[in-house]
Ligand binder design. Structure first.
Ligand code: AMP
Ligand code: GLY
Length: 421
């Protein structure tokens, strides 16, 4: 099976590593450089939907696997469909579950999925702005730009003053059209868990639960990031719990999307808060999480192509993918200045290979001098497996010691369940 993998970050490095282990693999092609690609991967640079589609056709690939959301939102799956090339990742219409928070709320209402109560504000509707201003006075509100805002469009506010300042910032134009519509959500409390389900549009199978650590600093402090580390499975949600979530959340949402004529293929990611009243959906994504994918791929045991191709071609296998016993834990090493800015070009000390550890490159570059350097915000994901979470965590942090660079930021509490964040 010839595979084209789209994306060049840590999530894609983990997918590439696992795909390279598949006995079904013919040629793996990737759409940009990453010093951490498996040796057998060939790089053919392609950025736009048109370029990627042309490449898929030229290479006569049997499967396109899409890591990030942007090409999905831009219609990559739609462009591949008429060519008969299976795409792991949904159409732009189905990806709206991620790209529009208002759309996600509509689908959840249609599918009777439990989520936070909310108020919708439209910039050009003064009555809705008036209602919002009243709501802000009560505090305890989460303000969200409707569209994609690079993970920066969500403000968790505990006081009326904080809420007003965040509202003014969101409405102030910083997020462009993404904030033409804004949601004011009731603030929920509880630990967060991510549940991923592979789906061919009709059937769905849940993967082991994951917990991401989104805040920059230990104990859930500091600004929000793309994710500073993740582990799987999460003891707060065992496989029976995952199955219940897939039944109550993923399957109804997939039915609602299919009923609209926009079935969802790929991986549907539900970000949940486990509240005292039960799980509530905070958001959906139309792709694997980064760095949750690094932890999941580390623990994955089956031939991953059977599952990715099955989902993409409308024939998800029966049963569930096999995962190793035990746990996986991934610690992210980020550049100085992340998430606001990031330093680049800093030399990275490379560690030795260790058993049970994978170092997935997220943003690195190797120049002619042979030295590995930083090339972005999240630089490396050090992912280890173990017989249990504690062993996986200890192994990941031991390996982290080998892989350092000046200004490196990391959390020391990845895989420690509490406090959850
Ligand atoms: P989202 O992009 O919607 O998942 O929001 C990003 C983060 O904001 C989540 O991971 C939560 O930590 C927090 N968050 C979002 N919605 C809520 C909510 N209704 N109540 C409490 N925290 C929330
Ligand atoms: N780790 C969170 C995300 O990928 O959205």
């Amino acid at each position: 099976m010839n595979v084209l993998l789209v994306g060049t970050g840590g999530r894609e490095a983990a997918l590439a590593w696992r795909i390279a282990l598949s006995p079904q693999l013919g040629q793996l092609t990737v759409t940009g450089p990453n010093p951490g690609w498996p040796r057998l991967a060939q790089v053919r640079e392609a950025g736009t939907v048109a370029q990627i589609t042309a490449l898929a056709r030229e290479l006569e690939v049997d499967l396109v696997v899409v890591g990030p959301e942007a090409p999905l939102a831009e219609g990559l799956a739609d462009a591949l469909d008429p060519l008969g090339i299976p795409c792991f990742g949904p159409s732009a219409a189905a990806a709206r579950i991620e790209t529009s928070k208002v759309f996600a709320k509509q689908i959840m209402a249609e599918a009777s999925v439990q989520t936070a109560g909310f108020l919708q504000v439209n910039r050009d509707d003064p009555a809705s702005v008036e209602r919002a201003l009243e709501r802000l006075l009560r505090g305890d509100v989460v303000i969200k730009a409707d569209g994609l805002a690079a993970g920066k469009g969500v403000f968790v506010c505990r006081s009326p003053d904080q809420a007003r300042a965040a509202f003014d910032e969101v409405m102030g134009g910083r997020f462009g059209q993404a904030a033409d519509t804004v949601l004011l959500e009731d603030l929920l409390t509880g630990p967060e868990v991510s549940v991923f389900a592979l789906t061919d549009g009709v059937s769905a199978v849940g993967l082991p639960s994951c917990q991401d650590h989104k805040a920059l600093l230990d104990g859930g402090q500091g600004p929000n990031t793309g994710g500073m580390g993740a582990y799987t499975p999460c003891p707060l949600l065992d496989q029976a719990g995952v199955e219940a979530v897939v039944e109550q959340v993923h399957r109804p949402v997939l039915r609602a999307l299919a009923a609209r004529g926009t079935p969802f293929k790929g991986v549907l990611y539900a970000g949940l808060m486990l509240t005292e009243d039960g799980p509530r959906v905070l958001e959906f994504n139309a792709r694997f999480g980064d760095p949750e994918c690094q932890a999941l791929m580390s623990l994955w045991e089956d031939d991953v192509l059977t599952w990715l191709h099955g989902a993409a071609s409308g024939a998800l296998p029966a049963g569930r993918p096999r995962f190793s016993e035990g746990a996986a834990c991934c610690v992210v090493l980020a550049s100085r200045g992340y998430p606001e800015t990031c330093e680049r070009g800093v030399i990275i000390t490379e560690g030795p290979n260790r058993r049970d550890v994978n170092v997935f490159h997220a943003a690195t570059t190797r120049l002619e001098d042979g030295l590995l350097r930083t090339a972005g915000g999240r630089v490396l994901g050090v992912s280890a497996t173990g017989a249990d979470l504690e062993q996986a965590r200890v192994r990941a942090y031991e390996a982290v010691e080998d892989w350092r660079f000046e200004g490196c930021q990391l959390r020391c509490d990845i895989g420690r369940r509490l406090p959850p964040s």
